[in-house]
Design a protein around this ligand. Sequence first.
Ligand code: FAD
Length: 601
Amino acid sequence: MTAADVNSSTPNWSALIFRTLSVISKPSLLEDADTAKKAEALRGLYTLWYAAGTSLGILPALPGQQKDVLPHFAIDLPLTGTAAIKDGRLGYTNKTLTWQNTEQSLLPTAPGRILAPSTVGQVVSAVKAAAASGENVRCIGHGNSWTPVFFDAGATVIFTAELLLPSGKRIELIGSDADGSPLVRIAPGVQAGELSQWTDDNAVLLNYSALPAQVATTMPRMAGAISTGSHGKGLGFGAIADFVHSIKIVNGAGEVIEYTASHPLFNEARFNFGLMGIIVEIVFAFSSRTQYPDLPFVYDNNTFPTLREVFGRPDAAAYIKAQTPHFDGSKWDPLDDKLWITAATRAAIPSDGTQPKKFNNDALSKPNLALNAATYLGWLIAEIAQQTGDLDLQVLSASVQVVLLQNVVVKSGLKTLPSQIHYQPGLQQDHIYDFELCFKVSEDFQNVVDAWNAAVSIAKDIIVQYGSNALNVAVEWRFTGGSSVTLEGNHGEPDDIYCWIDVLGNVWTPHWDEFVKRVFDAWTVISPDSPPKPHWAKWNALTEEQLLHSGQGVPQTYWETYVKKVMDPQIAAFRPAVAAADPAGVFRNEYLDNLLGIGQA
Ligand SMILES: Cc1cc2nc3c(=O)[nH]c(=O)nc-3n(C[C@H](O)[C@H](O)[C@H](O)COP(=O)(O)OP(=O)(O)OC[C@H]3O[C@@H](n4cnc5c(N)ncnc54)[C@H](O)[C@@H]3O)c2cc1C
């Protein structure tokens, strides 16, 4: 499927209007736990907004806009197992069933078959059948990645969301390792929020230990999170995959292989983009308590200084260095001059019986009616402000976001680790672009301060040039230690300091691709001796073919050339593991083949 296919099709407006109205008129819509339905309704609203706006001449026509994907509520899928496919966006493009990533940034792709197994036996059979008929097999987690790490047209697509452990459970404590860290076995489809909830619910049993590295959002499935090299925050901690104690993967021959620390391919298997097979089981070592024996909780301090008060100081780098290890910055955009800093420090169990704030997955993933409505309205207004190109409206929208954050959403105080980790509410309801690189932080912290300032100043240049703010969600950074996992962007020693810095904007943000290219160009020359490396899930291809809503993308080779260069030794070390696990190429994907040189001699 190409951009031309999508562009040339004519939307069925009456069907779209009817379906959108029928969804949004249901009183239960906003209370409904099925966020996919609400997202569909919202997308319907967006589409109607664009339709009205373009026909009235208020809005410019958007290049590559996906016009004809209708909401889907009763698709008759050739499923095995019982899972409902709620991950990503299933829909129809030119009357063909297609799937698109959750953030809707990639072009829809037509799968061959879709399977949703509930047992490992079904996974093994599916792989063997595909291998015998020469088909490709690829998995989908929650579809949260921006990078085209999914499947090529015609592949068999496997959702492992509802695969269970042999015990019939999704999560179970199975003992502890030599350091006393609890070992927690999970099914691959367990979501980040689900694991965090289980952790807090079993805090006493776990002696207040938790998974130290975890994504901020609650939605990703843990197999997807480690398969993209995703990370959390906190010095001394690597990426999420560093906490994989063992992992079971169905390889290209349909065999279930268990990789443990003694296996020669352990550091490749822990993060492999699904190229070594289908993950059916993961055991994590929850080592936060072993690393901080007396400090199981976190004190979370949120402040909202101005940009000038932090990054405008003559001693900005030294100031920020002094505040690390637990300094996270999140700035909503260059229009309001406000930073959001969440500084988390480790804390002991209070002797006066004070209870920490616990994680509440329902509150974050299925917010109450008022918060839900407010979040939707907020994103809708932000998008509309963006599309009108009215800078005043954009400033207003940015300021309201900060006021809400400051006064309603963000609360400082004593928290459990899961509660502090998932610090950004409403993340699952947005549609955003995200571009992230990982810097090895220089001794004086100057390189990451330069990177931050470059992003903000480029955003300001874009405003001056086009009158529109591309950086309309945030520039944010998080600090971690180094990782021992082969393909990670923070591959290095545990005590090294790495900074993951990203820029975020709403989808359909005008000039986003140009903004990101300029940021990329600026960031990649800041540390010539130690160039920044990719966060693979947020490595937008930014081509007209692959990035749906932007039209001015540079050729994909522009980005790939850089990644191939800076990751060359790591990619070279990774490739043999794929050859060993999948010599016939059952799990291949064209994008990854090219990027990583898979299948090349
Ligand atoms: C709002 C938002 C916030 C985010 N915050 C963070 C953050 O804080 N930190 C961070 O590092 N990243 C973050 N990300 C990126 C995100 O963590 C990754 O995109 C995500 O973890 C991938 O998980 P997923 O379940 O969505 O997997 P998908 O995106 O669906 O898939 C990712 C890869 O995993 C493979 N895969 C999935 N399941 C299996 C399986 N069973 N076996 C083999 N391969 C499999 C897929 O084939 C694919 O290659 C964020 C993304 C969003 C949308």
